[in-house]
Design a protein around this ligand. Sequence first.
Ligand code: HEM
Length: 493
Amino acid sequence: MEPSFQSLSCAVALFLSITALYYYLSSKPNPHRNLPPTPPSLPIIGHLHLLKPPLHRTLHRFSQALGPVFSLRFGSRPVVVVSSPPLVEECFTRNDVVLANRPKFLSGKYFSYNYTGIATAPYGDHWRNLRRLMSLEIFSASRLNDSSPIRQAQVELLLLDLCRNSSVNFSRVELKSKLSELSFNVIMRMIAGERCSEEAGEFRGLVSEAFELCDAANPGDFVPVLRWVDFGGYEKNLKRIHGRLDAFFQHLIDEHRRDRGNDSMIDHLLSLQESQPEYYTDEIIKGLILALIFAGTDTSAVTMEWAMALLVNHPEVLKKARAELDAYVGQDRLVDESDLSKLNYLQAIILETLRLFPAAPLLVPHMPSSDCTIGGFDVPRDTILLVNTWAIHRDPELWDNPTSFNPERFKDGEVEGHKLMPFGMGRRACPGSSLAQRVVGLVLGSLIQCFEWERVSEEAVDLSEGKGLTMPKLEPLEAMCKARAIMRKVLSK
Ligand code: HEM
């Protein structure tokens, strides 16, 4: 018998009522718990309707009304937001182990190989092993020294590219795309050596698509009923892009296996696979590669773009940085990574950029593996924890003139307390910070040493931030540049 329209409507109404009741009951605060303060919410969606981008600014407004620790509901998922140094210290010292988990989002099932990749893996032996492997095989000082010619070569390519139209007069350049390309090529060459070049263009496109998918929050992660129906075809897209990325990586690994070199990261991982094949599977290797590309390309690229935007807006700072480079390095050779530790003013510019524009303004979400307390409030297990570093970095109680760009504030190199943490803190802090500092330092140092920079008009560059996980600049940065004398030497090489 065909179901009548009326009985179908009844079934739908019943289903929606049960779902609403379930959410209402599960989102009702437990009276025995002392949960952090929370604003009024709606059934089912919780506070989702209040979350206007950029999220760090919205959460900052909440913290001004509710205090440095407050709670929200993103649909069915409880969220706690922390925005003060003492609470951050509590999270990542006393509570560091309990908070060392990550919440699961659907994107991690695909892009992080079923949550086995380093950035999404639960805290435990597997994650510890990946971190150990990374710090030995990629980020140790000796491995980073070995891979420094890769970065130097990519920087020289950028300098030559910029010089093409600017050797005599100032010419206008769009820096965002050039810095993204450099960042991507550096990571890919560290991972795969020269072999990634042929299909790299197509592959970059795929990575951008994957990034966009992770950027666009998936409603099904917060309202499970939407996941069952694959609202907006989100999971279908994840599967499609993951399938193509996976095929690209498998091809790369197979090529390296057939024709072994010994310098790239894939070569090192394949050697480990020979001795421990059951642990270092192709999946684990692919997960590591993807994590490095996801975590390491955009973060460094946006930091360099913000730094250049700030420098063209502050010619007096640019002039001082150039004077430092001329004094320590001169105009006879290019700056290299071994110079960076002596360039204190350049380092201060980088710290000040990371303070104002941290590429991960809310860190990466953490999640307690058991009930804990933060700031005297109860935080139940499986709550999503967000740390608003952006707000801490601009807190007038902690910084003089917090919104002004003033590298002089870091002239002694030291920062007291936990008021600056662009790379996070504790066990899950960024393992790539030393690589990032080398890349950002080398690129900025080279751009300042080799070119004069100006704004494209009298007007200051607009510093509004756009939507996106890594806090990109709303408008891609354009600037005027003109080669300095040293570029003649670089060209003659
Ligand atoms: C300016 C550049 C960068 C910034 C600002 C940055 C910042 C961060 C932050 C805030 C976290 C999360 C910390 C937490 O959860 O508490 C993180 C995690 C991570 N970063 Fe970076 N990062 C940068 C560059 C890099 C690079 C170059 C790589 C590697 C090539 C990298 C690899 C990772 C990985 C794998 C994680 C996850 C660690 C884990 O969950 O155990 N990052 N980063």
